[in-house]
Every structure is written in C-alpha cells, then in structure tokens.
Design a protein around this ligand. Structure first.
Ligand code: SF4
Ligand code: SF4
Ligand code: FES
Length: 235
C-alpha cells in the first residue's frame, strides 16, 4: 500500500498506512507527552496527554488513537495544546497524593518527568487527598494507590503480555481503583504469576518491588516492548 503524506508542524512527513499519528510524530523526531501509551501494549487513549490539532476538525484528537491519513495537517504544540497538557498533569497531581519527596520512584518517574516537560510549577486545583490504601500482601511487590494515575498499563501488561489478566479497574471517577482478581488483596490472587511485568509497566511509584531501596528501584518500562519484539522473532 502506498505511503501516506501528511504535514506535521509544517514539515512534510511520510507514514506507513495503518500507522498511528503518534508513531508518525515520533518518527519525525517530534516529542509530545504520553502517559497511558506504552510501546508493546495496545492503546486506550485514556490520559489525553497526546492530544493534537488536526486541520478541519474542531475537536482535539489523541495521537495514539488516530490513524494517519493522506493530506492530514497536524499541529502538535500550539498554545492551546500546551495549556491543556499542563492542566491535565496538574489534575493528575491534585487527584491523589503524589508527594514526590517521599515516593519510591522520585527521580525515576514518568509523571514527574511530564510535570517538568509541560512546565508545571504549581498545582492550581484543590488537592482531593483521598485516603488510598497500600497493599503489601504480595511477597514480591506492593501497590500504593496514592501514586496510581489509572493509566491501566499494568492491566494491559498483565493481560496482553503475561496473559493472565490479574489486574482490572473497578469503580468510576475519583472512586476508580485498579484491583487484583475479585478485588481482593494482591497476595491472595490465584492468577498472579509474580512475573513483575505490571511493575515494569507502571509509570509512577504505584507498583513497586518490595525490599528494594529507592535508588535501586528498577524502572524499565521499555522492557515491555523488548519482550514483545523478542517473542515476534522467536515465534
Ligand atoms: S506480577 Fe505478573 S501476573 Fe502478577 S499481576 Fe503483575 S503482571 Fe500480572
Ligand atoms: S498501578 Fe501503575 S500502571 Fe497500574 S494504572 Fe496505576 S499508575 Fe498505571
Ligand atoms: S498517550 Fe495518547 S491518550 Fe494517553
């Protein structure tokens, strides 16, 4: 099939048919923020950080969920987009208790990096400060719901890469939480294989390995894509 030609930030770009706009943007060397997207996992368009403007469309579109098409004219960094992105990151910080100073992922956290990227200096919203539990019933890992941004990367990694679907999401709005099996302590899960892929996929300090100091905490979410690639080559 013929390549698609589109314009991204005034540059003519070629893209493969079936490619997402996010892939085309990245291949063009342009950096836009993402949070729920993780190479190797399916996309769900949940965080809205990758929103872009497409000429002729009034609504902003998430680049990770939009396919390239011939003649598309895209803008990735207008003042309107920058304002929305900063607002989204501020709302994420306001929704739970992201106190970076006492977080196992500080200095190694995608949310923290995003805050710097979008120029967040303070949060303009009231903190909801919900009382979220910490579950350390699993012998190898823990989950601190205070740090969870509901990106569902753990849910997709466990389902799509490990194939057991231990994680899911229960509740709505501010009550939404990731849960294991039938909303029971993680340590009592009968499906979890303790593979650690959910922890690799997690962008924040929400899922953490037990018995590891802050500085030692591995944060290598790109390993999910490497696993997918290695499997493709073997099978
Ligand atoms: S450790 Fe592996 S099997 Fe257990 S919840 Fe995480 S991804 Fe799923
Ligand atoms: S636990 Fe981590 S990976 Fe799972 S939804 Fe929360 S932030 Fe995302
Ligand atoms: S990365 Fe596209 S909506 Fe989250």
């Amino acid at each position: 099939m013929a390549a698609k030609t589109l314009t991204i930030d005034d540059h003519l770009v070629s893209a493969r048919p079936g490619e997402t706009l996010l892939e085309a943007i990245r291949e063009a060397g342009i950096v836009i923020p993402t949070l729920c997207h993780l190479d190797g996992l399916s996309d769900v368009g949940a965080c809205r950080l990758c929103l872009v403007e497409i000429e002729g469309q009034r609504r902003l579109q998430p680049a990770c969920m939009t396919m390239v098409s011939e003649g598309m004219v895209v803008r990735t960094s207008t003042p309107r987009l920058q304002a929305y992105r900063r607002q989204i990151v501020e709302l994420l910080f306001a929704e739970r208790n992201h106190v970076c100073a006492v977080c196992v992922a500080s200095g190694n956290c995608e949310l923290q990096r995003l805050a710097v990227m979008v120029g967040m200096e303070h949060v303009r919203y009231d903190y909801l400060s919900p009382d979220c539990p910490v579950d350390i019933s699993h012998p190898r890992f823990g989950i601190d719901h205070n740090r969870c941004v509901l990106c569902t990367r753990c849910v997709r990694a466990c389902d799509e890469i490990e194939g057991v679907h231990t994680w899911d999401v229960a509740g709505r709005g501010v009550q939404a939480r990731v849960i294991t099996d039938m909303n029971q302590p993680w340590g009592t899960s009968t499906t979890c294989t303790s593979c650690g892929k959910c922890q690799l996929a997690c962008p924040t300090g929400a899922i953490f390995p037990r018995g590891v100091t802050v500085g030692e905490r591995p944060h290598a979410s790109e390993r999910i894509a490497l696993i997918v690639e290695a499997r493709k080559q073997r099978w």
